[in-house]
Design a protein around this ligand. Sequence first.
Ligand code: IMP
Ligand code: MG
Length: 180
Amino acid sequence: MVNEITIHDKLFVKYIDYNSIKQKVKEIAVAISNDYSNKELVFICILNGAYMFASDLTKASTIESEIHFVKLSSYLGTKTSGIVSELIGLQIDIENKDVVVIEDIIDTGVTLQKIIEILQAKNPASVEVASLLFKPDTYKGQFKIKYFGFEIPDKFVVGYGLDYNNKGRTLKDIYQLKIS
Ligand code: IMP
Ligand code: MG
């Protein structure tokens, strides 16, 4: 069936088509454009997953902005420091800047929490998050997600930037794991 695809060992079924994604992205872009109309906004896109969303979101927004691309790297530090997280690629000074983090999906919120902590330490004027997808049932974070596209259940999804072991990322539509 055309609405089903196999990625590695798993079957996925089409879940959100690109037209619906595009419509939702436009709504988020309008909201952000209104909220930051008199400001110079800095978008920070979290690679790799958010690259498609970031592209469509920035094209649909109508305000002056910059976009920068970063990656979160976590590694085991010393015994006392434990897991250390670092944002790779942030080459601009965000002090006193208004920042919107662009994420693909917020699941437990652990990743986001680390990103927010790192950014807050650099004293930006403000930090908000725009995530295309949000899984409210699994979210354990404190940070309130101001802009999100779709609230989805706790089921694995791929496409539109999201991958399953590196596959599925380039699909235009979003597919959900089929549990039969
Ligand atoms: P969190 O730290 O649990 O919020 O997980 C966030 C990260 O896990 C995302 O940035 C994704 O890279 C990955 N992730 C979580 N859920 C999914 C999913 O359903 N499909 C693909 N990647 C996911
Ligand atoms: Mg991600």
